[in-house]
Ligand binder design. Structure first.
Ligand code: NAG
Ligand code: NAG
Length: 247
């Protein structure tokens, strides 16, 4: 399929733009549809699941998991006073949310979306390295970790703008406000304290029992990193498929 697209592009390149289309199994919605909002809500809900495998023809990577090679969080000055460095940071189930509230505003130059998405479990699996103090106790270690967000609500407000490229109009997300409200967080850091099992188990228990206090401190960097990943992911699609192919 990819080869066919490349071949077609090559033959059409002389005086046709690089605009592409979404694959036919993705729903699109016309602005003059009286149920435009409902149509778009369904289309986005449906796209979440399809995007698990990415869109190979548009070079869009799989959403399951959403990968980022590395993430560094500086030490805060509250309960989590820890230098944190993560590599091979993978977020699972990002596409498995259920849209519960949906509000869209679309004009020829402006596209705004407000969403509330419920997730039963979003899981981060990563390699970590930590050094500092948490709840005033020393914490140090490196290894694998799993952090689970149980029964979370994500509140998303996104705003995009249009721009011109090779004679076509495209959308680009320029701002994404995000709030993530979990019912519970669980932590499992393997190999804390140089592999001392007793200290490690005690620390993991402490983290899990105090997740609410800890989340107050780590919410902002987590939300910023997630919003940046989501903007980058969405813009990879929007930069290839022009506005008139979407709406
Ligand atoms: C729009 O949606 C409502 C509720 O789902 C439905 O009753 C109505 O028939 C739809 N209208 C059109 C034009 O599709
Ligand atoms: C998550 O929600 C499910 C279904 O509503 C519920 O059964 C479960 O107890 C909740 N889990 C937590 C940890 O709140």
């Amino acid at each position: 399929m990819k080869q066919i697209v490349v071949f077609l592009l090559f033959t059409l390149m002389v005086n046709v733009s690089f605009a592409e289309k979404l694959p036919p199994d993705y729903q699109t919605c016309k602005q003059d549809d009286p149920n435009f909002s409902k149509c778009l809500e369904n289309a986005i809900q449906d796209a979440f699941l399809r995007l698990e495998n990415g869109i190979p023809s548009l070079n869009v990577p799989p959403l399951h998991p959403l990968r980022t090679p590395s993430l560094t969080i500086g030490e805060g000055n509250g309960a989590v006073n820890v230098k944190q460095h993560y590599t091979n940071f993978n977020v699972y189930n990002f596409g498995k949310g259920r849209i519960e509230k949906f509000n869209v505003k679309l004009t020829s130059t402006d596209f705004k979306l407000e969403l509330e998405i419920k997730y039963s479990e979003v899981r981060v699996e990563s390699d970590y390295s930590l050094d500092g103090k948490v709840l005033s106790l020393p914490i140090v270690g490196n290894g694998k970790c799993v952090v689970k967000f149980i029964n979370s609500t994500a509140k998303v407000e996104l705003q995009s703008e249009t721009y011109e490229k090779k004679g076509d109009t495209y959308l680009r997300i320029k701002d994404l406000q995000l709030k993530i409200i979990p019912e519970k967080l669980t932590f499992n850091f393997e190999n804390l304290f140089n592999g001392d099992v007793q200290l490690g188990d005690t620390m993991n228990k402490l983290l899990n029992e105090n997740w609410e206090v800890l989340y107050q401190d780590i919410e902002e960097p987590i939300v910023e990193a997630t919003a940046a990943l989501a903007i980058d992911y969405a813009n990879r699609i929007l930069s290839k498929v022009p506005y008139h192919e979407l709406f």
